[in-house]
Write a protein that binds this ligand. Structure first.
Ligand code: GDP
Ligand code: ZN
Length: 311
């Protein structure tokens, strides 16, 4: 009975060095973490579900436990998998936002897809600024070749066109994160989704130690129906280094073809009996797609080598 008062659940909405902004049933609050967690290097990340303990003497709250994570975005430094590498946790769906026009970059999309697949979250590609396209229906066909098995939604954050297609992903209790280059309209989209802003959760004032007060960027938003939206600048730091497991889901057709390569560790570069290169020669797989795959594989390898020599 006594425990019920002093232990409460919460969710981390942003992190500021040693202070965490937490959403609880009774509103937002700030909390530090217990020495026990700190000692073992368990550091909460945005999106973590945590157990808070209210200190009876000071009335302040302390994070004393982190619940198991469903999905996980890390900085992607191979071999370093401590909690200090965790960027965001428990994201169900990631909206990979691109925009009509200049930003439709296939390679970048494949990179994002690999990261999201590796995190365990479900990727959805949004093509924003559909209002700028003469024929919005042509936008998806440009993306289709790289988006195997991934929903592609064309919309406009400004006019509201296509917005309802997001509803199945914005369900109560579900968490969606937005990633994508700057300027594609992520903030505009969040504002549109929030139309009637219910709660502003992540704004925390903290001193930076030089007497200045900084107001950090909002990172987690609650929609009216209870869906959560994360716009976390940290997700931009996510590296490709540990995302190797996501490659198979991003390039399912290459994975399938690779089963026919003579060598099981074929890199599809110059090896004899490579079924993947054969498929390219026969026009069954585009050269573009293979090049993209090889570039990403190289990047992964580079990150791994860097980690091995301790960079
Ligand atoms: P962010 O950097 O991804 O957060 O992008 P912003 O939300 O700041 O948007 C960048 C610019 O694109 C702003 O000038 C927006 O008004 C504009 N923008 C965003 N969404 C749309 C859209 O659907 N259509 C058009 N035409 N412009 C948009
Ligand atoms: Zn091969």
């Amino acid at each position: 009975e006594r425990y019920r008062d002093s232990y409460t659940p919460g969710r981390v909405s942003s992190r500021h060095r040693t202070t965490f902004a937490i959403i609880t049933e009774s509103g937002s609050m700030q909390a530090g973490i217990s020495g026990a967690l700190r000692r073992v290097g368990r550091i909460p990340a945005v999106g973590d579900f945590v157990v808070l303990h209210r200190q009876p003497d000071t009335g302040t709250s302390m994070i004393v436990d982190i619940l198991p994570r469903k999905t996980l975005f890390t900085r992607g430094v191979p071999g370093r998998d401590g909690d200090d590498q965790v960027v965001a946790a428990n994201i169900d769906t990631v909206f990979i936002v691109t925009a009509a026009g200049a930003d439709l970059n296939r390679h970048r999309l494949e990179r994002y897809l690999t990261l999201v697949h590796a995190s365990g979250a479900e990727p959805v590609i949004l093509i924003n600024k559909a209002d700028l396209a003469i024929d919005p229906s042509t936008l998806t066909s440009e993306i289709a070749p790289v988006a195997t098995g991934v929903p592609v939604i064309t919309l406009s954050a400004v006019t509201g066109y296509g917005l309802s297609a997001l509803d199945p992903f914005l369900l109560p209790g579900r968490t969606v994160a937005l990633i994508g280059s700057s300027g594609v309209g992520k903030s505009t989209l969040i504002n549109t989704l929030l139309q009637r802003t219910v709660q502003d959760t992540g704004r925390v004032r903290e001193s930076d130690g030089k007497g200045r007060h900084t107001t950090s960027v909002r990172q987690m938003f609650i929609l009216e129906n209870g869906a959560l939206v994360i716009d976390n600048p940290g997700l931009r730091e996510v590296g490709i280094g540990t995302a190797g497991s996501g490659m198979n889901d991003t390039f399912p057709e290459i994975r399938e073809l690779a089963a026919g390569c003579r060598f099981s560790d074929c890199r599809h570069e110059h090896e004899p009996g490579c079924a993947v290169r054969e498929a390219v020669a026969e026009g069954l797989l585009s050269q573009d797609r293979l090049e993209s795959y090889l570039m990403l594989a190289k990047e992964l390898e580079f990150q791994q080598e860097k980690a091995e020599i301790g960079l």
